[in-house]
Ligand binder design. Structure first.
Ligand SMILES: Cc1ncc(COP(=O)(O)O)c(C=O)c1O
Length: 409
């Protein structure tokens, strides 16, 4: 029996679009958004999808239809959000080490800016006195599934350190900037509500010293399970805690402020699958290797963070023959191995992988294609959206011509 994604079997997907491909289950994306909306009942709540997770226009359009805004970390992302039809007023730019050109792009397009350094706040203030801005604070705590994904605390490059929040106020008054919002994002892949609440409490304790805020932005970072049996984030519990804390804040602040949240991974991770075909098998004294026609240039998370991704043989999910194998990619790098446990290479049990079978790497919808590259001059794969038994191409696979783009011939 074959695995189906959005009601379409992997065999059909591979035959129609070739492999490797990313396939997204449309219904799962809308369900994730609905779950978020239902769990956080705070009335003035806005979700700004952190589109760094996945910027395919079809995904962005789905997110837009669901009524969400966008958190963009580059002007390229702002541009894509605009192309997907988002109104400028629904886009927030949370750049890091931004250039004057990026500030200018946002000003020209009336995109709200979130500034994360005193130096940059001053640069911005000098150039655009009297503007409205948000500031990103580093709450002195951080969390995440890997060191590279922790964006708070003393080791992090992000945000204005909370102890320096007063200096931000001084710069704002010097250049007549109106700070309308306080933001923080402490990291990615968080599964414990208490971790969010710790950062949120710190931010709100500081926010009360800022006058006339309209927005509190608690960032993204909501984790999803990647391991079999891993406990999911209790969204309802988190939502209740957030709502209660915001209500307390509003009472003492004397105003009902809007709450932003910027989930990326939560919206798309478990809706995406990377399909790769078995092209080789070999053994060493230690491992049985299964070679596939994809690599970390398509899904870098195992290589970059040691991330675990479940892998199944989509061509025979009901087989009761299991083999312990390492799934290796086709790049000229020994780190090009998809099978990781606790950040180390380790074999997975997969149903009888044979030449031509389609292995399905799960939870690949976030930070998959958006982190892909042409390393080894290999081509990026196609992306496909599947829904109720129908699959549509939403990005063509690259061709050799794409490798020449921009080169002076
Ligand atoms: C500023 C900001 N907001 C939101 C996110 C989204 O994080 P996640 O995909 O873990 O929800 C990120 C990701 O690092 C981020 O840098």
């Amino acid at each position: 029996m074959e695995l189906k994604i959005g009601g379409v079997s992997v065999g059909e997907l591979a035959e129609k679009f070739g492999t490797p491909i990313f396939v997204y289950d449309e219904k799962q994306i809308t369900k994730n958004i609905d779950d978020l909306k239902k769990s956080i009942t705070y009335p003035k709540f806005k979700i700004k999808y952190a589109c760094k997770a996945n910027t395919n226009l079809a995904v962005l359009k789905l997110v837009k239809e669901a009524g969400l805004g966008i958190d963009a970390v580059s002007t390229g992302e702002v541009f894509l959000a605009q192309k997907a039809g988002f109104k400028n007023e629904d886009i927030l730019f949370t750049g890091d080490n931004s250039t004057e050109e990026e500030f200018q792009y946002c000003k020209d397009n009336q995109i709200a800016l979130n500034i994360g350094s005193l130096f940059q706040l001053e640069l911005f203030g000098k150039k655009y006195p009297g503007s409205v801005v948000m500031i990103r604070l580093n709450p002195d705590v951080g969390a995440g599934h890997h060191d590279h994904c922790i964006t708070g605390g003393p080791e992090s490059k992000f945000g204005i350190y909370i102890h320096k929040a007063d200096e931000a106020k001084k710069i704002a008054s010097q250049y007549n900037l109106k700070i309308k919002g306080i933001h923080s994002h402490i990291g990615s892949g968080i599964l414990d509500p208490e971790v969010f609440m710790e950062a949120m409490n710190i931010i709100l304790d500081e926010a009360k010293f800022f006058e006339n805020l309209d927005v509190i932005d608690i960032g993204g970072g909501l984790g999803v399970p990647y391991h079999e049996g891993q406990k999911p984030l209790d969204l309802k519990l988190l939502g209740d805690k957030i709502t209660k804390r915001m209500e307390e804040f509003n009472r003492s602040y004397g105003k009902e402020v809007t709450l932003y949240m910027e989930p990326g991974r939560y919206i798309v991770a478990n809706a995406g699958y990377l399909l790769a075909q078995v092209v080789n098998k070999k053994s060493t004294p230690l491992y049985h290797f299964v070679g596939v026609n994809s690599g970390f240039n398509h899904l870098i998370r195992p290589m970059a963070y040691g991330s675990h991704h479940r892998i199944v043989n989509g061509s025979k999910i009901d087989s009761d023959v299991w083999e312990e194998v390492m799934v290796a990619g086709n790049l000229c790098e020994s780190g090009d191995v998809f099978t990781k446990i606790d950040e180390k290479n380790a074999p997975y049990k997969i149903q009888n992988p044979e030449y031509g079978d389609i292995l399905v790497i799960k939870e690949a919808g976030a930070y998959g294609f958006s982190m892909s590259s042409n390393y080894n001059s290999r081509l990026r794969p196609a992306e496909v959206m599947a829904c109720e038994g129908k699959a549509s191409l939403i990005r063509k696979a690259e061709t050799f011509e794409d490798l020449l783009r921009g080169q002076i011939i």
